[in-house]
Design a protein around this ligand. Structure first.
Ligand code: NAD
Ligand code: ZN
Length: 354
């Protein structure tokens, strides 16, 4: 039996960032301890910092998503900072304002405030024991679907893997399409393609059900419309939410499995790493790869080349090991016999084309 949890409260529409405090009040009516806002440092330059209205006991913590994607050690140190500063009293809410990185930090911090040890102990499936602190997402970049998904992707000392848990699901999402308009064009493309690739992988995998499929069809069409025809930010922000909702009823596939190695060992960001891999997967995702290339041309995107030229045999082994960790996703994409189809030799041959 698989019970799907959806985001219980959504506030959608232009200018609604101004209503953030009222939205928090609606979700946490009787809790008046303090709020923790985790906000991408980029918003020092976009004007969002000035529009935040924290109370005098609230904490505002910056996460610099421009320099890195979140690590388990970042989560542990933010958690420790909150516990120390507030003498172990828990906040009534954690609010994440930013792209997938910052939203994932907010999710993981809310979990680690009520669960012992290091965040790295919870990378995997359903390892979280205690209910997390209430959390709210304000996406400022569209595509990862982190605002709607049940995972929190983190890089730990030995692996890049999500905290997959119902406790990774936000209690509320505030979607204001205006917030997307400051995103640089290349970033908009790479994160937008993360959504496109989630949908393609979901729709081509056996793990999908009719609910996941409906979300994926809608999200994929909106991304194609945005990058091939008309830049509609309202549709783009909704499509990210739908893409994330689809993944709860499907799975990712070959592209994500191979992209984790590129991200972990070669330090490429998630969106671009997926694009580098997806571009080489025509054999598996056929016409969708052709559409992807059209969108790329339309936006003048040039992917890096010779990405794996200096990768050693030992590093390829690690990348293969990381890919095989996404066992459920590869079973969905290729069946239980996936290791005989996507053999280590085949994986290396795909990597060598990049
Ligand atoms: P990001 O959050 O890493 O941000 C990328 C860049 O965009 C940063 O420089 C950031 O400062 C900037 N940015 C964000 N909003 C902006 C705005 N409004 N204006 C100007 N600049 C802005 O990018 P992302 O692609 O959204 O997230 C990637 C992360 O999400 C990875 O760590 C990936 O593993 C994770 N992820 C999570 C899920 C999930 O379901 N939890 C799914 C897919 C990916
Ligand atoms: Zn992704």
């Amino acid at each position: 039996m698989k019970i799907t949890r959806f985001i219980p409260k959504v506030l959608f529409g232009r200018k609604h960032f101004n209503d953030l405090n009222r939205f928090i009040g609606d979700i946490c009516p009787s809790k008046k301890r303090y709020a923790v806002y985790i906000i991408d440092s980029i918003h020092q330059t976009t004007g969002l910092f000035e529009r935040l209205q924290p109370g005098k006991n609230d904490m505002v913590i910056e996460f610099n998503a421009s320099s890195k994607e979140p690590k388990t050690s970042d989560i542990d140190s933010i958690r420790d900072q909150i516990v120390k500063q507030k003498a172990a009293q828990l906040p009534h809410v954690v609010v994440g304002i930013g792209g997938g990185s910052t939203m994932d930090v907010a999710k993981a911090v809310s979990i680690m405030l009520t669960n012992k040890g290091s965040a790295e102990n919870y990378q995997g499936w359903d390892l979280v024991k205690n209910k997390a602190v209430t959390k709210i997402a304000v996406p400022t970049l569209a595509g990862t679907g982190a605002e709607a998904s049940r995972t929190t992707v983190l890089t730990g000392p030995v692996k890049k893997l999500g905290i997959n848990s119902d406790f990774s699901i936000f209690d509320g999402v505030l979607m204001d399409p205006d917030l997307l308009e400051t995103v640089p064009a290349e970033q908009e493309f790479y994160t937008g393609m993360d959504n496109f690739i989630h949908c393609v992988e979901a729709m081509n995998g056996s793990a999908i059900n009719a609910m996941g499929k409906s979300f994926a069809i809608q999200a994929k069409a909106a991304v194609e419309n945005f990058f091939l025809k008309e830049k509609n930010y309202e549709e783009l922000i909704v499509s990210s939410f739908f893409g994330g909702s689809s993944i709860a009823n499907s799975s990712v596939g070959i592209c994500h499995a191979l992209s984790y190695g590129i991200a972990f060992l070669l330090n490429y960001r998630h969106g671009i790493a997926n694009c580098i891999v997806f571009n080489q997967l025509e054999e598996y995702y056929g016409s969708d790869v052709v559409t992807f290339r059209k969108m790329m041309d339309n936006h003048g995107i040039k992917l890096p080349v010779n990405v794996t030229a200096d990768v050693t045999a030992e590093q390829f082994d690690t990348m293969i090991e990381l890919a095989y960790k996404l066992e459920k996703d590869l079973i969905s994409a290729l069946g239980p016999d996936f290791k005989n189809i996507l053999t280590p030799e085949k994986i290396i041959s795909i990597y060598k084309k990049m």
